[in-house]
Write a new protein. Structure first.
Length: 118
């Protein structure tokens, strides 16, 4: 069973930046598309970005487009999510998972929490 591990969350001020990382044990991330999701209390889960297997033509939700950037390093088996210009509404737990935008919380790991606070 694949286990994804997200890291990099924390407290960030509005307008600040935060880099998130995703890795997987015993699984070659380079073989699949990858997505980032977020879940905030009281809200439905949202796919915020997807990156294809070879890293071109990524998808961004309108809510993060122009502020966040997804990338991957297949050689190091990691996927990244650079958050810039963070807004209060970005506060959530962020998860990575394989696939293109399909929300299946059963495949999510522990996630990494992002708190936006001044």
């Amino acid at each position: 069973e694949v286990q994804f591990r997200e890291s990099g969350g924390g407290v960030v001020q509005p307008g600040g930046s935060l880099p998130l990382s995703c890795s997987a044990s015993g699984f070659d991330l380079s073989l699949v598309d990858m997505s980032w999701f977020r879940l905030a209390p009281g809200k439905v889960p949202e796919c915020v970005s997807s990156v294809p297997q070879y890293g071109t033509s990524s998808y961004y939700a309108d809510s993060v487009k122009g502020r966040f950037t997804v990338s991957r390093d297949n050689a190091n088996n990691e996927v990244y999510f650079q958050m810039n210009g963070v807004k209060p509404e970005d506060a959530a737990t962020y998860y990575c998972a394989e696939g293109w935008g399909v929300i299946d919380m059963r495949s999510w790991g522990q996630g990494t929490q992002v708190t936006v606070s001044s």
